[in-house]
Design a protein around this ligand. Structure first.
Ligand code: URA
Length: 190
């Protein structure tokens, strides 16, 4: 398929989606943003209030911190990263997305990954890690090693930037995780 045509078709389908109840309370769908040729894909949990208002992921306080984290490894939503979430609509009161909501949205994420073909997925936070890896372990146990998404894309897990805003001492670990993610790319290139 021609990606130039596939992206607008995908975004139109997301905008029209009514597969789960989140479609009834959303303002905007939040499909994703960034470099569609990126070698990194960052996957978060779900849009929050600001994302729902603007239709773009990670534009609130956690997003500012995410941008700073990406900047530290020479990346940005303009170059080197595509950013999306497990679910494309805001859960009311920012509750965790329910398993069936994540399931209803999984086909969209699958298509985004197929179009971007990232060499690495950075899963931020437990909801992303659990849905991508099918494992229930806490982030503290999933980080620090390289997993595989569907046996073909390496996944590094790290803390969610919203958690880092509350626990800034964990930034050191996230820096280590970003370095691990860079190492994966260097190994795959070499
Ligand atoms: N938190 C997320 O997980 N995703 C967003 O887009 C914003 C905040």
């Amino acid at each position: 398929t021609d990606p130039a045509a596939a992206w607008p078709a995908l975004h139109a389908q997301i905008a029209a989606c009514t597969a789960c109840g989140l479609s009834r309370t959303r303002t905007h769908t939040v499909p994703g943003v960034g470099d569609r040729q990126a070698d990194w894909m960052v996957i978060g949990e779900a849009p929050g209030a600001e994302e729902d208002a603007r239709g773009e992921p990670f534009v609130g306080p956690a997003g500012k911190l995410l941008d700073a984290m990406l900047h530290a490894v020479g990346r940005s939503r303009r170059r080197g990263v595509y950013i999306t979430n497990i679910v494309k609509c805001r859960p009311p009161n920012n509750r965790d997305p329910a398993p069936q909501e994540a399931q209803a949205c999984a086909g969209f994420l699958q298509r985004q990954i197929a179009l971007v073909e990232p060499k690495l997925i950075l899963a931020v936070g437990k909801v992303a890690a659990h849905n991508l890896l099918g494992r229930d372990d806490p982030v503290g146990r999933l980080r620090g090693q390289v997993w595989q998404w569907q046996g073909r894309v390496p996944v590094v897990v790290t803390y969610h930037p919203a958690y880092l805003l509350r626990s800034p001492l964990e930034k050191r670990k996230v820096w280590d995780d970003l370095c691990l993610a860079q190492d994966v790319l260097e190994r795959s290139a070499g």
